[in-house]
Design a protein around this ligand. Structure first.
Ligand code: IPE
Ligand code: IPE
Ligand code: MG
Length: 258
C-alpha cells in the first residue's frame, strides 16, 4: 500500500520496505507487555510505563483500522494482575478511566466497535460504567472490532462457558448433543473468528492465560520490543512474519493450498 507511512514508494507495488504483506490476519491479539521494564530502565515509576504504553496503543489501533484488520484484541488487565501491589493496580485502573474518556470519541469517529472480554462486574464502579458506556456507544460501528481483555482470565472464561452448558442441561437439553459451537457461544468472544496471530512484546514467551480456547492454532510472534517502544513499523514486521508462516491446522497442505 503506497503512502502508508506518509511517504511515496518508488519501487514496484508491494515490494517496498513499508508495504503490507499480502496475507493479513483477520484477528490479531496483542499481549502488551514490558511497560514496567520500560519505566524501570528510565528510573520512572511503573505507572509512567503504563501511561507511555497507551501512546503505543493509540498508534497500533489506528494503524490496524487503516489497514483493514477485522479484529484486534488487546490484553489490558488479567485476572492475575489484581495480585500486583495496590498502588500499581490503582494506577492501572485510573489510567483505564482516563483512556476510555479520552479515546472514545476518536474510536467512534474511526467506526471502531469496542467489546470487553472479561468480568466487567468485577471492575470498580466508575471503570465499569466507562467501559459499558464505550460498548454501548460503539455497538453499531462496522469497522475494526477492538476487543479489550480486561479483568480477563482464559480458564475462567472456559469455566463460565461450561457452567452455561450445565444450566442448559439442567433446563432439559441433552448434554450428549452439545457441540464445540455450543461451548463457543458461551465465551466472551462468541461470534468472533479464532485468533490468527498473537503478538507478545517484551521478549516473554508465554500466553499468560490469554484466550486459551481461541488460540489453539494461532501463530505466535514474540517481539523483543518493550510495549511503550512498539511502533507500527515493528507491527508491520510482525505481520510480515505471520504472512511467511505455513498454517497447516494438522493437515498436510498449507492454508494457501499449495
Ligand atoms: C504490561 O506491562 C501491562 C500489564 C500487565 C497491565 P507489565 O507491567 O507487565 O510490564 P513488565 O512485564 O513488568 O515489564
Ligand atoms: C500479561 O502480562 C497480561 C497483560 C499484558 C495485561 P503479565 O506481565 O501480567 O504476565 P506474566 O505475569 O509475565 O506472565
Ligand atoms: Mg509483564
Amino acid at each position: 500500500m503506497a503512502g502508508l507511512f506518509g511517504k511515496k514508494k518508488t519501487g514496484a507495488p508491494g515490494a517496498g520496505e513499508n508495504s503490507l504483506p499480502e496475507r493479513l490476519p483477520r484477528h490479531v491479539a496483542i499481549i502488551m507487555d514490558g511497560n514496567g521494564r520500560w519505566a524501570e530502565k528510565r528510573r520512572l515509576p511503573r505507572a509512567a510505563g503504563h501511561q507511555a504504553g497507551t501512546e503505543a496503543l493509540r498508534e497500533i489501533i489506528r494503524f490496524s483500522s487503516d489497514i483493514g484488520i477485522g479484529y484486534l484484541t488487546i490484553y489490558a488487565f488479567s485476572t492475575e494482575n489484581w495480585s500486583r501491589p495496590q498502588d500499581e493496580v490503582g494506577a492501572l485502573m485510573a489510567l483505564l478511566l482516563r483512556y476510555f474518556r479520552s479515546e472514545i470519541d476518536e474510536l467512534c469517529e474511526k467506526n471502531v466497535r469496542i467489546v470487553i472480554l472479561g468480568d466487567v462486574d468485577g471492575l470498580p464502579t466508575a471503570q465499569r460504567e466507562a467501559v459499558l458506556n464505550a460498548m454501548e456507544r460503539s455497538k453499531d460501528n462496522t469497522g475494526l472490532t477492538l476487543s479489550i481483555a480486561l479483568n480477563y482470565g482464559g480458564r475462567q472464561e472456559i469455566l463460565r462457558a461450561a457452567k452455561k452448558l450445565c444450566e442448559r442441561a439442567l433446563a432439559g437439553e441433552d448434554p450428549a448433543a452439545f457441540t464445540m459451537a455450543d461451548l463457543e457461544s458461551g465465551l466472551y468472544t462468541a461470534g468472533m473468528p479464532d485468533v490468527d496471530l498473537v503478538i507478545r512484546t517484551s521478549g516473554e514467551e508465554r500466553l499468560s492465560n490469554l484466550l486459551p480456547w481461541q488460540t489453539v492454532y494461532s501463530e505466535l510472534v514474540f517481539d523483543p520490543t518493550l510495549w511503550p517502544d512498539f511502533t507500527k513499523e515493528r507491527y508491520l514486521e510482525d505481520l510480515r512474519a505471520y504472512a511467511g508462516r505455513d498454517r497447516r491446522f494438522g493437515g498436510r497442505n498449507g492454508a494457501a493450498g499449495k
